[in-house]
Structure formats: C-alpha cells, structure tokens
Design a protein around this ligand. Sequence first.
Ligand code: UTP
Length: 484
Amino acid sequence: MPSLQQIRTALEGSGQAHVLRFWPELGSEQQEVFLRELAQLDLPRLEEHCRAAAQAAAAAQAACAPDRDLEPNLEPVPPESMGSVRRSDPDCLSGWEREGFLQISRSRVAVLLLAGGQGTRLGVSYPKGMFDVGLPSGKTLYQIQAERILKIQELAERRLGSKCTVPWYIMTSEFTLEPTKTFFQDNAHFGLQPSNILMFEQRMIPAVTFDGKVILEGKGKVAMAPDGNGGLYQALEDNGVLEDMERRGVEFVHVYCVDNILVVAKAHPAEPVGVVCRVGGVPQVVEYSEIRPETARLRGSDGELVYSAGNICNHFFTRSFLQDVVETFKDQLKPHVALKKVPFVDSCGNQVKPTEPNGIKMEKFVFDVFPFSRNFVVLEVQREDEFSPLKNADGAPADTPTTARNALLAQHCRWAAAAGAALLDEQGIGTPMPPSSSPENRPALKCEISPLVSYFGEGLELLKGKTIRTPFILDGAAAAELQA
Ligand code: UTP
C-alpha cells in the first residue's frame, strides 16, 4: 500500500491536494480507513479522469440538442436482423423456445444481473432488488427473480430429462454487495444453491465538480460512484467471472437489469428509452435525446415507427463475445456524463446537501459493446409481458412501484383468464378483463401467481372452470388445494 506521503504527492501532482485538507482533523482510525480508500484510487489516471469529466460535462451542457451529424448515418435495424414475438410465425417462435430449453437443460446458459446501481430516483437506502413493490405476497424483486430461475431449471429438466443449473451472477457495487449478501443469507438464498449464486463487485470512481475537483463527501471520505452498468466488462475481468463460466460450461449469458426484460416497440415517439438502430452500418443504441423529434416520429408504410426498437436493457451474449470484449474492446468504451446532486463538505467542513446538480458522475453503459459484435440481432417482445421498469418513487408519473405491481398483477390476471378461471374483485363482482394492450398503471385485480407455480403462464390447467375471489395468491399450497 502506498504511504501517506506518496498519496499526497500524487494528489498534489494531479491538482487534487484539497482531498487531504481535513487530514489533521481526523482521528487515527479515520485516517487509517481514509488512507486505505485513497490507496484504491487509480492515482496515475486521476488527473485525466477529473479533466475528462469536467470537459465532457461542459460539452454535454453546451450541446443538449440532437446530434445532427448522426442523422445522415442513422438507419433502423434491418428486418432480417429483427425477430418479433408479435410478428414472427409461431413455428419460428416455438423453435427458439425449444432451442432455449435445450441449452438451459445442458447447463450452458447463465443469467447475469446488473445490480450495482444506487437507485437514487427510487430513493431507498438499500439495493433496489430488496424492494417490495407491494404485491399481495410481499415478495421482493430479488425473490421473484430467484424463483423464476428455480422454475426455469425445473421446466428444462422436465422437458429434456436432464438435471441442470442456471448459475446466477450478480454484479454489485460497494453500496449493494454487503446488504445483498446478507439479504440472500437471511432468506436461505430463496431455495437456490448458494454455490450457484456468484456475487461480484464493480469498480467505483470519484465524483468530480464541474471544475474538475474530486468531491469530498466527508472530511475523510471521497464521494465515489459505481462506474455505470458498462463497468460490467472490467468487473468480469477483475473478478475472474468468465473463467468461472468456462469451468461450469456456460456458453450463453443473459444480462438484465434489476428492474426488467427484452426489447419492445416504443410506446410513443418521445418515450425516453434508447433506440436500437444502426449508425454507419454498425449496431448501436442511440439515446432518445440524440435524435431529432421529426426523426423519432417517422413512420413506415405500415404505420409503425421506423425507430421503434426501444432498448430495455435485456441482452443475450455468447461467452466468447464477452471474452473478446474483455480482452480487446472494453477500454474503447466511452464514459457518459451524468450531472448529479452529490452531498459534500464545504471548505469549512460543513456538510452540504445540494439542491441543484453540483457533481459529475462518469458512467459506462452495458450496451456500448454492440458495435463490436459480429452477429447482432434484435428481438421485439410484448411490452405488457416483458417491460415495466422500477425507476421512481410513487408519485412520479411513470415507472413506479405502483406501475410495476399493476403490470405484474395484470399479466397474472391474463394468465388466469386464459387458463379458464373467472376472477372476482374484492366485493365478489366479476369484472371484464382489460385488453392486453391496456396501460400498465390501470389498477389490476390482485391475482398473483408464484413463479414457482408458473413461469410464463404454463401449467395453469388447475384453474380451468374455477371462480376465484381476489386477492388471491396462487402458490404451491393454493395449487394443491385447488387440485384436491
Ligand atoms: P439505472 O441507470 O436505472 O440506475 O440502472 P439506477 O442506479 O438503478 O438508478 P438511478 O439512476 O440512481 O435512479 C439500470 C440498471 O443498471 C444497474 C442498476 O442496478 C440497474 O439494474 N447499474 C447501474 C449497475 O449495475 N451499475 C451501475 O454503476 C449503474
């Protein structure tokens, strides 16, 4: 570990001497902790990081308009590279499903959860995966995901007759690792084998002021932030994750966000999700703010949006592609700038909670590796079945615990109705099913189906002809009762 003097010299050399401003005021224990933290900073590259952050923030503030140079090179993903749950023929879809189950049954598929984010918009002090969106069962996002993994293993085993494992890799950060670990331990890993859950940590980088100074969050603490979900590729290398996958025979990796699933048609042209498209012939995700509104509104002869492929952060990679990224491409990923409110101590040592953005966080994005792919395809899925992200606290207009809960309950109501059940509301009155394209935030009947009973609506024959009063939770015990 470098000495205090070496760290001081490095900080002074990179214009960051203020970081040690309060050193003499710290107790010896605080000094020890702070020194250890400072030793972990990438000191040789600190100056470059701070300068690049300040420059990128200035450029972003000056040019918050669409990128006009981009547009002449922009084109949608060609039809031959685009599958669609809505439009592809049923034989083709069932072929994909068969292939998926075959690979899962051979233990060649892993899931990788991106769970290192701070969830600042949701505003809870614990990892988002531990959030309870208010389902009748009270299950958290982590529990729902764990149970889906258990179920998909069981379905693959039943279909193909071989015992299999879907390892679960969970990328965490300094903020989320310990609470996530403890939560899994306290909940007996939700029935999964602990040896098949692998948590690893992404790197943290300092938040910087608009004039390129590292922000002190406390007198002996630098304000650090995880390096974005695109920090995945560095973290895979740091933690030997790909080697672990290779040892287990994993060939395919389904990467997803703690708050939801695949690629959907955009709801409307201005929806703030990135668009999967091609730029100069290369696949890429372009942020909605980089496209002119006229371009976003373009419709083809079928009346559908030309740039309709909204990215919902659900990616399926081969392990060999991830290996290429780690070995060859990851250092080419350009960080994106996020302007955030970062609490800090002022020069007199007072704690300040800013009301306006005062700091720059640099984040890499997981999808920025698409241009390096040799074989890129997009799958469009049904929004109501696959996408309802949890981003904001209740009270916000979209993507809240209420919209997430209603989307899940509405899906389960559709499954129950399709299986032949009649659902009654809490007063015992039957209500017509909302059409499947209804908005997510319409209050749904409280019919919740445990992933341990059904993964995607299959296996619900036991509901046929039953009249069910909600709230109702179809778990293993309720299923046994219905069958008795
Ligand atoms: P978001 O960009 O929505 O960020 O992350 P967030 O941290 O959840 O929420 P805000 O922006 O602070 O409100 C999308 C996904 O990427 C993961 C998140 O955990 C989430 O699953 N992520 C984000 C990481 O794994 N690491 C990061 O550094 C950032």
